[in-house]
Design a protein around this ligand. Structure first.
Ligand SMILES: *Cc1c(COP(=O)(O)O)cnc(C)c1O
Length: 228
């Protein structure tokens, strides 16, 4: 199967999940996760119509983003970001899904304070997964949203989560639901400069369930580019 065929197949799955959930396909943005795959694969996916790509490491993105500068791509950082790489990340990406602290948000904010540009961020939530430990503790998310909302160059637009791996995607449903409910709570708190319009959740094996639970951005790697 070519990348083009894979994308068509993913788009069919997205459409079917949207139908089941009574949602429009335009409400779900497909982020093609291109980590470990070379720039040529990204060009292929771009030729098939995709415009949003996700990378999980700043260093890897630094090698690919410049050689693809002729394309109209929106780049999403979906992996953990160290504060000492915030400046470089600010140069390469338009979105960061993995904001897990006020300190990191502050560093990103600084990178844009110089040029007056803006940056869109999501808060990554740790949904009680003991193993990964990345993301903000569920009980701290509102407090972090209030703090990050104060940074002048950042637009907080929603939440992101990586639930623990579940062999059966149905088992991930309670996690996706919890992220949606958490987004609702924060929305109700009306935090200045914080909107909860996006939920970044769902990967190759479970994005249908995520869409049924309200995902507005799904991050899909394997189902588009193949096994890493
Ligand atoms: C790699 C990765 C994905 C994509 O995973 P697939 O199972 O290949 O679709 C999504 N989100 C994050 C944060 C990732 O690191």
């Amino acid at each position: 199967m070519s990348i083009q065929d894979n994308i068509a197949r993913v788009q069919e799955r997205v459409a079917a999940a949207c139908r089941r959930a009574g949602r429009g396909v335009e409400d779900v943005r497909l982020i093609a996760v291109s980590k470990t795959f070379p720039a040529e694969c990204i060009r292929e996916a771009y030729a098939a119509g995709l415009r949003e790509f996700g990378e999980n490491r700043v260093q890897e993105a630094a090698a690919k983003v410049p050689v693809l500068a002729d394309l109209n791509i929106t780049w999403h950082l979906i992996g953990r970001l160290q504060t000492n790489k915030a400046r470089r990340a600010g140069e390469l990406f338009q979105w960061v899904h993995s904001i897990d602290s006020e300190a990191l948000a502050g560093r990103l904010n600084q990178t844009r304070a110089d040029d007056g540009g803006r940056f869109t961020v999501l808060l990554q939530v740790n949904l009680g997964d003991e193993e990964s430990k990345s993301g903000i503790d569920e009980r701290e998310v509102l407090k972090t949203a209030e703090a990050v909302g104060q940074f002048s160059q950042l637009d907080v637009r929603g939440l992101m989560a990586i639930p623990p791996f579940c062999k059966n995607p149905e088992d991930a449903r309670p996690f996706f639901r919890r992220l949606r409910e958490l987004g609702g709570k924060i929305r109700a708190a009306r935090v200045p400069n914080v909107s909860m319009q996006h939920l970044s959740m769902g990967m190759s094996h479970d994005f249908e369930v995520a869409i049924e639970e309200g995902a507005t951005m799904i991050r899909v790697g394997t189902a588009i580019f193949g096994v890493r």
